[in-house]
Design a protein around this ligand. Structure first.
Ligand code: NAD
Length: 363
Protein backbone atom coordinates (compact mmCIF):
# COMPACT_ATOMS: atom_id res chain seq x y z
CA UNK A 1 0.00 0.00 0.00
CA UNK A 2 1.16 3.54 -0.66
CA UNK A 3 1.49 5.63 2.52
CA UNK A 4 1.88 9.35 1.81
CA UNK A 5 2.63 10.98 5.14
CA UNK A 6 3.40 14.59 6.01
CA UNK A 7 5.57 15.04 9.12
CA UNK A 8 5.31 18.25 11.17
CA UNK A 9 7.79 17.89 14.05
CA UNK A 10 7.04 21.38 15.46
CA UNK A 11 8.89 22.59 18.54
CA UNK A 12 10.71 21.37 21.64
CA UNK A 13 10.35 17.65 22.29
CA UNK A 14 8.01 17.51 19.27
CA UNK A 15 11.09 17.07 17.07
CA UNK A 16 12.57 14.37 19.32
CA UNK A 17 9.48 12.18 19.69
CA UNK A 18 8.52 12.59 16.02
CA UNK A 19 11.97 11.34 14.94
CA UNK A 20 11.31 8.08 16.83
CA UNK A 21 7.74 7.80 15.53
CA UNK A 22 9.00 8.17 11.96
CA UNK A 23 11.66 5.56 12.61
CA UNK A 24 8.94 3.14 13.75
CA UNK A 25 6.78 3.97 10.73
CA UNK A 26 9.75 3.27 8.44
CA UNK A 27 10.35 -0.08 10.15
CA UNK A 28 6.69 -1.07 9.72
CA UNK A 29 6.71 -0.06 6.04
CA UNK A 30 9.88 -2.09 5.40
CA UNK A 31 8.60 -5.18 7.21
CA UNK A 32 5.18 -5.28 5.52
CA UNK A 33 6.35 -3.94 2.10
CA UNK A 34 4.44 -0.67 2.05
CA UNK A 35 5.67 2.21 -0.05
CA UNK A 36 6.28 5.08 2.37
CA UNK A 37 6.55 8.63 1.00
CA UNK A 38 7.50 11.16 3.67
CA UNK A 39 7.44 14.94 3.33
CA UNK A 40 8.30 17.39 6.09
CA UNK A 41 6.78 20.79 6.83
CA UNK A 42 6.97 23.70 9.25
CA UNK A 43 4.41 24.34 11.97
CA UNK A 44 4.36 26.34 15.21
CA UNK A 45 7.26 28.33 16.65
CA UNK A 46 9.81 27.03 14.17
CA UNK A 47 7.50 28.14 11.34
CA UNK A 48 7.21 31.65 12.85
CA UNK A 49 10.99 31.85 13.14
CA UNK A 50 11.52 30.79 9.53
CA UNK A 51 8.53 32.31 7.72
CA UNK A 52 6.83 34.77 10.09
CA UNK A 53 3.62 32.71 10.41
CA UNK A 54 2.72 29.61 12.50
CA UNK A 55 1.01 27.86 9.57
CA UNK A 56 2.73 28.68 6.26
CA UNK A 57 0.65 28.16 3.06
CA UNK A 58 3.21 25.59 1.97
CA UNK A 59 2.37 23.45 5.03
CA UNK A 60 -1.37 23.61 4.29
CA UNK A 61 -0.63 22.60 0.68
CA UNK A 62 1.51 19.64 1.76
CA UNK A 63 -1.18 18.53 4.24
CA UNK A 64 -3.85 18.62 1.53
CA UNK A 65 -1.68 16.37 -0.68
CA UNK A 66 -0.80 13.82 2.03
CA UNK A 67 -3.05 10.95 3.13
CA UNK A 68 -2.14 11.49 6.77
CA UNK A 69 -0.21 14.00 8.86
CA UNK A 70 1.99 13.13 11.84
CA UNK A 71 2.55 16.04 14.20
CA UNK A 72 4.89 16.45 17.18
CA UNK A 73 3.99 19.41 19.39
CA UNK A 74 4.06 23.19 19.12
CA UNK A 75 5.00 25.91 21.61
CA UNK A 76 8.13 27.90 22.46
CA UNK A 77 8.52 30.08 25.58
CA UNK A 78 9.80 33.01 23.47
CA UNK A 79 6.27 33.40 22.02
CA UNK A 80 4.42 33.26 25.36
CA UNK A 81 3.60 36.98 25.23
CA UNK A 82 3.14 37.26 21.45
CA UNK A 83 -0.20 38.42 19.95
CA UNK A 84 -2.67 35.57 19.17
CA UNK A 85 -1.85 35.45 15.44
CA UNK A 86 1.86 35.07 16.14
CA UNK A 87 1.58 32.22 18.60
CA UNK A 88 2.66 28.68 17.72
CA UNK A 89 -0.66 27.23 19.01
CA UNK A 90 -2.50 29.18 16.31
CA UNK A 91 -0.83 26.88 13.78
CA UNK A 92 -2.35 23.85 15.47
CA UNK A 93 -5.93 25.16 15.29
CA UNK A 94 -5.23 26.25 11.69
CA UNK A 95 -4.02 22.85 10.50
CA UNK A 96 -7.03 21.12 12.12
CA UNK A 97 -9.35 23.50 10.31
CA UNK A 98 -7.42 23.23 7.01
CA UNK A 99 -7.74 19.44 7.11
CA UNK A 100 -11.41 19.52 8.16
CA UNK A 101 -10.83 16.94 10.88
CA UNK A 102 -14.10 16.81 12.80
CA UNK A 103 -13.66 13.78 15.06
CA UNK A 104 -10.98 13.63 17.73
CA UNK A 105 -10.20 10.10 18.86
CA UNK A 106 -8.39 9.46 22.10
CA UNK A 107 -7.77 5.86 23.01
CA UNK A 108 -7.53 5.31 26.76
CA UNK A 109 -6.11 1.98 27.84
CA UNK A 110 -4.09 0.72 30.72
CA UNK A 111 -0.92 -1.34 30.49
CA UNK A 112 -0.27 -4.00 33.11
CA UNK A 113 3.23 -2.65 33.75
CA UNK A 114 1.93 0.89 34.36
CA UNK A 115 -0.98 0.12 36.67
CA UNK A 116 0.83 1.58 39.66
CA UNK A 117 1.21 4.93 37.83
CA UNK A 118 -2.58 5.35 37.66
CA UNK A 119 -4.19 7.52 40.35
CA UNK A 120 -6.97 4.89 40.62
CA UNK A 121 -6.78 1.62 42.51
CA UNK A 122 -5.39 -1.16 40.32
CA UNK A 123 -8.52 -3.32 40.52
CA UNK A 124 -10.67 -0.43 39.22
CA UNK A 125 -8.51 0.58 36.31
CA UNK A 126 -7.09 -2.77 35.18
CA UNK A 127 -8.41 -3.83 31.77
CA UNK A 128 -9.68 -0.35 30.83
CA UNK A 129 -9.81 -0.05 27.05
CA UNK A 130 -11.96 2.70 25.58
CA UNK A 131 -11.87 5.30 22.88
CA UNK A 132 -13.31 8.77 23.37
CA UNK A 133 -14.74 10.28 20.16
CA UNK A 134 -15.05 14.04 20.56
CA UNK A 135 -16.73 16.28 17.99
CA UNK A 136 -14.00 18.79 17.13
CA UNK A 137 -15.30 21.59 14.91
CA UNK A 138 -18.71 22.60 16.32
CA UNK A 139 -20.44 23.38 19.61
CA UNK A 140 -19.83 26.15 22.07
CA UNK A 141 -16.19 26.76 21.09
CA UNK A 142 -17.27 27.98 17.66
CA UNK A 143 -20.91 29.14 18.02
CA UNK A 144 -21.98 32.75 17.58
CA UNK A 145 -23.01 35.17 18.99
CA UNK A 146 -20.16 35.25 21.44
CA UNK A 147 -18.30 37.95 23.33
CA UNK A 148 -18.29 40.19 26.38
CA UNK A 149 -20.43 43.32 26.37
CA UNK A 150 -20.76 46.25 28.78
CA UNK A 151 -23.98 48.28 28.97
CA UNK A 152 -23.01 50.70 31.70
CA UNK A 153 -24.69 49.01 34.65
CA UNK A 154 -23.74 45.42 33.88
CA UNK A 155 -21.13 43.31 32.09
CA UNK A 156 -22.41 40.29 30.16
CA UNK A 157 -20.61 37.36 28.53
CA UNK A 158 -22.25 35.17 25.89
CA UNK A 159 -21.29 31.91 24.21
CA UNK A 160 -23.55 29.87 21.97
CA UNK A 161 -23.75 26.11 21.78
CA UNK A 162 -24.88 25.17 18.31
CA UNK A 163 -25.02 21.92 16.37
CA UNK A 164 -26.61 20.92 13.10
CA UNK A 165 -28.06 17.51 12.32
CA UNK A 166 -25.35 16.82 9.74
CA UNK A 167 -22.53 17.68 12.18
CA UNK A 168 -23.96 15.20 14.69
CA UNK A 169 -24.58 12.54 12.05
CA UNK A 170 -21.05 12.42 10.66
CA UNK A 171 -19.31 12.16 14.03
CA UNK A 172 -21.87 9.59 15.21
CA UNK A 173 -21.21 7.43 12.14
CA UNK A 174 -17.49 7.61 12.95
CA UNK A 175 -18.18 6.33 16.49
CA UNK A 176 -20.42 3.47 15.32
CA UNK A 177 -17.92 2.55 12.59
CA UNK A 178 -15.15 2.31 15.21
CA UNK A 179 -17.35 0.34 17.60
CA UNK A 180 -17.93 -2.32 14.94
CA UNK A 181 -14.22 -3.17 15.04
CA UNK A 182 -14.20 -3.20 18.86
CA UNK A 183 -16.67 -4.46 21.49
CA UNK A 184 -19.66 -3.02 19.61
CA UNK A 185 -20.87 -0.58 22.24
CA UNK A 186 -21.35 3.19 21.96
CA UNK A 187 -22.09 5.39 24.96
CA UNK A 188 -23.36 8.79 23.86
CA UNK A 189 -22.85 11.57 26.40
CA UNK A 190 -25.01 14.69 26.59
CA UNK A 191 -26.92 16.97 28.96
CA UNK A 192 -30.36 16.42 27.47
CA UNK A 193 -32.16 16.97 30.79
CA UNK A 194 -31.23 20.68 30.52
CA UNK A 195 -30.00 21.60 27.02
CA UNK A 196 -32.05 21.63 23.78
CA UNK A 197 -28.75 21.21 21.97
CA UNK A 198 -28.26 17.90 23.75
CA UNK A 199 -31.85 16.87 22.99
CA UNK A 200 -31.07 17.17 19.28
CA UNK A 201 -27.78 15.36 19.86
CA UNK A 202 -29.55 12.43 21.55
CA UNK A 203 -32.28 12.26 18.89
CA UNK A 204 -29.83 12.22 15.97
CA UNK A 205 -27.46 9.69 17.61
CA UNK A 206 -30.45 7.40 18.25
CA UNK A 207 -31.45 7.66 14.59
CA UNK A 208 -27.92 6.95 13.34
CA UNK A 209 -27.77 3.92 15.64
CA UNK A 210 -30.52 2.26 13.56
CA UNK A 211 -28.00 2.03 10.68
CA UNK A 212 -25.80 -0.11 12.98
CA UNK A 213 -28.13 -2.72 14.52
CA UNK A 214 -25.14 -4.84 15.58
CA UNK A 215 -23.84 -2.03 17.84
CA UNK A 216 -25.42 -1.38 21.25
CA UNK A 217 -26.13 2.24 22.20
CA UNK A 218 -26.66 3.74 25.61
CA UNK A 219 -26.93 7.37 26.72
CA UNK A 220 -25.34 8.97 29.78
CA UNK A 221 -25.66 12.46 31.14
CA UNK A 222 -22.27 14.15 31.19
CA UNK A 223 -22.15 14.55 34.98
CA UNK A 224 -22.84 10.85 35.47
CA UNK A 225 -20.26 10.00 32.79
CA UNK A 226 -17.58 12.00 34.62
CA UNK A 227 -18.34 9.91 37.70
CA UNK A 228 -18.49 6.54 35.90
CA UNK A 229 -15.10 7.20 34.26
CA UNK A 230 -13.42 6.94 37.65
CA UNK A 231 -15.85 4.50 39.32
CA UNK A 232 -16.06 1.93 36.56
CA UNK A 233 -13.89 2.80 33.53
CA UNK A 234 -14.09 -0.76 32.16
CA UNK A 235 -17.78 -0.27 31.33
CA UNK A 236 -16.87 1.96 28.36
CA UNK A 237 -16.00 0.91 24.82
CA UNK A 238 -16.64 3.91 22.50
CA UNK A 239 -17.65 7.18 24.20
CA UNK A 240 -19.25 9.66 21.79
CA UNK A 241 -19.70 13.29 22.78
CA UNK A 242 -19.74 16.91 21.67
CA UNK A 243 -16.80 19.30 21.66
CA UNK A 244 -16.70 20.82 25.17
CA UNK A 245 -17.86 17.72 27.04
CA UNK A 246 -15.24 15.73 25.10
CA UNK A 247 -12.50 18.22 25.91
CA UNK A 248 -13.15 17.76 29.62
CA UNK A 249 -13.87 14.02 29.66
CA UNK A 250 -10.86 13.12 27.50
CA UNK A 251 -8.49 14.82 29.95
CA UNK A 252 -10.18 12.91 32.77
CA UNK A 253 -9.73 9.72 30.75
CA UNK A 254 -6.10 10.62 30.08
CA UNK A 255 -5.01 10.41 33.69
CA UNK A 256 -6.25 6.82 33.94
CA UNK A 257 -3.27 5.72 31.82
CA UNK A 258 -0.47 7.24 33.94
CA UNK A 259 2.05 9.52 32.18
CA UNK A 260 0.96 12.15 29.65
CA UNK A 261 3.90 11.08 27.49
CA UNK A 262 2.07 7.79 26.80
CA UNK A 263 -1.03 9.19 25.16
CA UNK A 264 -1.71 9.23 21.42
CA UNK A 265 -4.50 11.06 19.62
CA UNK A 266 -6.05 11.07 16.18
CA UNK A 267 -8.24 13.66 14.49
CA UNK A 268 -10.17 12.31 11.52
CA UNK A 269 -12.00 13.95 8.64
CA UNK A 270 -13.52 12.61 5.43
CA UNK A 271 -12.44 9.69 3.28
CA UNK A 272 -10.13 10.39 0.29
CA UNK A 273 -10.86 8.82 -3.12
CA UNK A 274 -7.82 6.57 -2.43
CA UNK A 275 -9.80 5.03 0.46
CA UNK A 276 -7.54 6.60 3.11
CA UNK A 277 -9.23 8.68 5.82
CA UNK A 278 -7.82 12.18 6.22
CA UNK A 279 -6.14 12.20 9.60
CA UNK A 280 -3.95 14.31 11.86
CA UNK A 281 -2.05 12.23 14.42
CA UNK A 282 -0.23 13.67 17.41
CA UNK A 283 0.69 12.82 20.98
CA UNK A 284 -1.51 14.54 23.56
CA UNK A 285 1.44 16.27 25.28
CA UNK A 286 2.96 19.66 24.43
CA UNK A 287 6.50 20.76 23.54
CA UNK A 288 7.76 20.38 27.15
CA UNK A 289 10.40 23.16 27.11
CA UNK A 290 11.64 21.95 30.53
CA UNK A 291 13.09 18.75 29.05
CA UNK A 292 13.53 19.72 25.37
CA UNK A 293 16.84 18.86 23.71
CA UNK A 294 17.85 16.41 26.44
CA UNK A 295 16.87 13.10 24.81
CA UNK A 296 14.63 12.44 27.83
CA UNK A 297 11.12 12.70 26.38
CA UNK A 298 8.88 9.65 26.29
CA UNK A 299 8.22 8.93 22.58
CA UNK A 300 5.48 6.33 23.19
CA UNK A 301 2.58 8.80 22.74
CA UNK A 302 4.00 9.76 19.33
CA UNK A 303 4.64 6.11 18.46
CA UNK A 304 1.10 5.21 19.57
CA UNK A 305 -0.10 7.93 17.19
CA UNK A 306 1.63 6.03 14.37
CA UNK A 307 -0.36 2.93 15.36
CA UNK A 308 -3.55 5.03 15.22
CA UNK A 309 -2.56 6.34 11.77
CA UNK A 310 -1.99 2.83 10.44
CA UNK A 311 -5.37 1.69 11.77
CA UNK A 312 -7.63 4.66 11.03
CA UNK A 313 -6.17 6.34 7.94
CA UNK A 314 -4.87 3.23 6.16
CA UNK A 315 -6.94 0.37 7.62
CA UNK A 316 -3.72 -1.57 8.38
CA UNK A 317 -4.97 -3.34 11.51
CA UNK A 318 -2.24 -6.00 11.64
CA UNK A 319 0.54 -3.41 11.45
CA UNK A 320 -1.19 -1.18 14.02
CA UNK A 321 -1.54 -4.11 16.42
CA UNK A 322 2.15 -4.94 15.95
CA UNK A 323 3.14 -1.40 16.97
CA UNK A 324 0.83 -1.55 20.00
CA UNK A 325 2.20 -4.94 21.00
CA UNK A 326 5.76 -3.58 20.63
CA UNK A 327 4.91 -0.64 22.94
CA UNK A 328 3.54 -3.09 25.47
CA UNK A 329 6.65 -5.28 25.21
CA UNK A 330 8.95 -2.28 25.76
CA UNK A 331 6.91 -1.16 28.79
CA UNK A 332 7.05 -4.67 30.24
CA UNK A 333 10.84 -4.82 29.68
CA UNK A 334 11.27 -1.73 31.90
CA UNK A 335 13.35 0.05 29.21
CA UNK A 336 11.41 3.29 29.67
CA UNK A 337 12.02 7.02 30.04
CA UNK A 338 12.25 8.85 33.37
CA UNK A 339 8.57 9.93 33.47
CA UNK A 340 7.55 6.26 33.89
CA UNK A 341 9.83 5.87 36.91
CA UNK A 342 11.99 2.92 35.85
CA UNK A 343 13.64 0.96 38.62
CA UNK A 344 17.10 1.31 37.01
CA UNK A 345 18.64 4.08 34.89
CA UNK A 346 16.06 5.68 32.59
CA UNK A 347 16.30 5.02 28.85
CA UNK A 348 16.69 7.88 26.38
CA UNK A 349 14.09 8.89 23.81
CA UNK A 350 16.20 7.29 21.10
CA UNK A 351 16.72 4.05 23.03
CA UNK A 352 12.97 3.64 23.55
CA UNK A 353 12.33 4.28 19.84
CA UNK A 354 14.94 1.69 18.89
CA UNK A 355 13.54 -0.82 21.42
CA UNK A 356 10.09 -0.48 19.82
CA UNK A 357 11.64 -1.11 16.38
CA UNK A 358 13.43 -4.23 17.65
CA UNK A 359 10.19 -5.53 19.18
CA UNK A 360 8.39 -4.98 15.85
CA UNK A 361 11.11 -6.94 14.02
CA UNK A 362 10.65 -9.82 16.44
CA UNK A 363 6.87 -9.86 16.13
P1 NAD B 1 3.52 19.84 28.22
O1 NAD B 1 2.66 18.69 27.83
O2 NAD B 1 4.48 20.31 27.19
O3 NAD B 1 4.35 19.47 29.54
C1 NAD B 1 3.71 19.20 30.80
C2 NAD B 1 4.67 18.38 31.70
O4 NAD B 1 4.71 17.03 31.20
C3 NAD B 1 6.12 18.88 31.67
O5 NAD B 1 6.68 18.70 32.94
C4 NAD B 1 6.80 17.98 30.68
O6 NAD B 1 8.19 17.80 30.92
C5 NAD B 1 6.04 16.68 30.84
N1 NAD B 1 5.96 15.94 29.56
C6 NAD B 1 5.20 16.26 28.48
N2 NAD B 1 5.39 15.39 27.50
C7 NAD B 1 6.30 14.51 27.95
C8 NAD B 1 6.93 13.37 27.36
N3 NAD B 1 6.66 12.96 26.11
N4 NAD B 1 7.85 12.69 28.10
C9 NAD B 1 8.13 13.07 29.36
N5 NAD B 1 7.57 14.13 29.97
C10 NAD B 1 6.67 14.85 29.26
O7 NAD B 1 2.54 21.04 28.65
P2 NAD B 1 2.90 22.54 29.08
O8 NAD B 1 4.16 22.58 29.85
O9 NAD B 1 1.66 23.05 29.67
O10 NAD B 1 3.11 23.31 27.71
C11 NAD B 1 4.38 23.55 27.08
C12 NAD B 1 4.16 24.14 25.70
O11 NAD B 1 3.47 23.19 24.87
C13 NAD B 1 3.26 25.39 25.72
O12 NAD B 1 3.78 26.30 24.76
C14 NAD B 1 1.90 24.88 25.28
O13 NAD B 1 1.11 25.86 24.66
C15 NAD B 1 2.30 23.80 24.30
N6 NAD B 1 1.28 22.72 24.13
C16 NAD B 1 1.17 22.22 22.88
C17 NAD B 1 0.32 21.15 22.65
C18 NAD B 1 0.26 20.58 21.27
O14 NAD B 1 1.12 20.88 20.45
N7 NAD B 1 -0.70 19.74 20.95
C19 NAD B 1 -0.42 20.58 23.69
C20 NAD B 1 -0.25 21.10 24.99
C21 NAD B 1 0.62 22.16 25.19
Amino acid sequence: MQLRVLVLPGDGIGTEVTREAVRVLGRVAAKWNHELTLTEGLLGGIAIQKTGTPLPDETSRLAAEADATLMGAVGLPEFDNAPPDKRPEKGLLGIRRALGVYANLRPVRTYASLLDSSPLKNHLVEGTDMIIVRELTGGIYYGTPRGITEDGAETRAVNTMTYTRSEIERVSRMAFHLARARRKKVTSVDKSNVLENSQLWRRVVTEVAREYPDVALDHLLVDNCAMQLVLNPRRFDVVLTENMFGDILSDEGAVLAGSIGMLPSASIGDQRPSGAWVGLYEPVHGSAPDIAGQNKANPLGAIGSVAAMLAYSFGLKKEASAVEAAIEAVLASGRVTADLQPSGAPATTEQVGEAVCVAIERS
